[in-house]
Write a protein that binds this ligand. Structure first.
Ligand SMILES: Nc1nc2c(ncn2[C@@H]2O[C@H](COP(=O)(O)OP(=O)(O)OP(=O)(O)O)[C@@H](O)[C@H]2O)c(=O)[nH]1
Ligand SMILES: [Mg+2]
Length: 441
């Protein structure tokens, strides 16, 4: 009963939506501003692995998943984040289209409890379109850290729709949400949104009325223990994106990450290569004892086995170190600051600062960088990012590039001075000796 791993499905992405809707009792859409935890809730309920991370714009198309609660099955739709229904970007358009015409049985609007006022704007806009709404006030742990207290019952009365508080990273707090979804879908709970009446149909005055109402509600339901609760964050932000310190701090961070990756990868690389060598020697002995023809031994051991294990020993350790470090930068929210710092420079190359994020991913694995290009809004910049990401030297290509560079530059030097060539080889060898030459195949 309820939310168990058996009650979830893990292979529903990209299947035909209508067919899925027919197979489920109810459809539930997750909408909200970017970076408020929609995908984290979606993943916890469905058992799927949508990309989550601390920067806006990760989800760029609708994702589907399923969960069961009591005797009912629910199809969940994780929508891209949107600040408003007056969409600017491709993904906001996707979210808007689904909210306006997808006809879900209930729309869960996930809001960030640390900036409720901004998030309520979208709530009021969606209220104009659909009646069946649940407001999920997420990131309650962050709110309590900042000394923000939200009276959820009062908020429910003000909005006229069910309000549930969650901390999406803690799965146990989602029980109230699943129960509320069940109750609203099965009509055990009523939604009567308190709609705003607009003085006239001018766009500007609609926006003004929504902002005014949101401010009014926040003043009634939120208590701020510390009036300058955001001061520390603002100071850090200012430092990280300042003209004089932004770039040096970024280079230091990235330098440390590459240093840890390159130096740190040597140890597991050496261990792995020693282990594979040990197995190789035993295999060679076994093949010779069994009198297996030499060309088969060459093909299997010196061909396939050697190549595969070399790739594993060289590529796996840097990836295993780089990706967790990169995820750490993502989780502390540093990536959008990198994009901000580099936006100006990327603009000069006719592209966007967001590409810095995909290029950083590309250092770990080019495939991830190219796939990550989907976060870029403009189709032109997206294509530029996809094409140029392939030039970022990923962990797997580093050793090969160094070898090729040594051969070509080495040749150039040899025409003039053999000593220079020798020094260059020594330099390359010293820099990367552990990374390449300790792998004694
Ligand atoms: N501390 C805390 N972090 C949370 C909570 N919910 C989500 N997060 C984190 O917030 C970040 C954003 O979460 P996502 O689920 O990717 O947000 P999203 O709304 O899907 O974002 P977009 O797809 O970009 O619109 C991630 O780093 C999550 O781990 C929460 O309740 N508390
Ligand atoms: Mg998401």
């Amino acid at each position: 009963m309820g939310l168990t791993s058996n009650s979830t499905s893990t292979n529903l992405l990209n299947e035909d939506l209508e067919k899925l809707q027919k197979n489920c009792d109810f459809t539930v859409a997750f909408a909200g501003n970017p970076n408020v935890g929609k995908s984290t809730i979606f993943n916890n309920l469905t058992g799927l692995h949508q990309h989550t991370g601390n920067w806006p714009g990760k989800t760029v198309s609708n994702a589907n998943g399923m969960f069961k609660y009591i005797d009912k099955s629910f199809l969940l739709i994780d929508l891209p984040g949107t600040y408003s229904l007056m969409s600017n970007s491709e993904e906001e358009e996707i979210a808007k289209n689904y909210i306006c015409s997808g006809n879900p049985d209930v729309t869960v609007i996930v809001v960030d409890s640390t900036c409720l006022e901004r998030n309520l704007n979208l709530v009021f806009q969606i209220m104009q379109i659909t009646k069946n709404i649940i407001v999920c006030v997420n990131l309650l742990d962050e709110a309590s850290k900042k000394g923000i207290d939200i009276d959820l019952n009062k908020l429910e009365k003000q909005l006229g729709v069910p309000v549930v508080g969650t901390t999406a990273r803690d799965e146990s707090t989602l029980t109230n949400l699943t129960k509320c979804i069940f109750d609203v879908c099965t009509k055990q709970k009523e939604c009567n949104p308190n709609l705003i009446t607009y003085p006239d149909n001018e766009k500007d005055s609609i926006i003004y009325s929504i902002m005014q109402k949101s401010e009014e509600i926040v003043n009634k339901v939120c208590t701020f223990k510390n009036s300058d609760y955001n001061l520390k964050n603002k100071k850090i932000d200012k430092l990280l994106t300042s003209k004089s310190f932004g770039i040096p701090i970024m280079l230091t961070f990235l330098g440390i990450i590459f240093w840890i990756t390159i130096i740190g990868a040597n140890y597991p690389s050496t261990l792995l290569s020693n282990f594979f060598n040990y197995i190789q020697n035993h295999l060679l002995n076994l093949f010779s004892t069994l009198h297996i023809p030499i060309f088969i031994t060459e093909l299997l051991i010196n061909g396939i086995y050697k190549t595969v294990t070399w790739v594993v020993a060289v590529m796996l350790p840097p990836m295993a170190i780089f990706f967790p470090l990169f995820t750490f930068l993502e989780d502390i929210g540093y990536l959008p600051r990198i994009a901000f710092n580099l936006d100006n420079y990327f603009k000069k190359a006719c592209t966007t600062g967001k590409q810095a994020l995909t290029m950083c991913m590309g250092f770990g694995c080019n495939a991830a960088g190219v796939v990550g290009s989907k976060i870029i809004d403009s189709p032109r910049e997206k294509i530029i990012s996809m094409v140029t990401n392939a030039f970022v030297p990923c962990n797997g290509r580093f050793p090969l590039l160094i070898t090729i560079a040594t051969i070509f530059i080495g040749n150039y030097f040899s025409r003039f001075n053999f000593n220079n060539y020798f020094y260059l080889m020594c330099f390359t060898y010293c820099c990367f000796r552990n990374h390449i030459n300790t792998i004694n195949f």
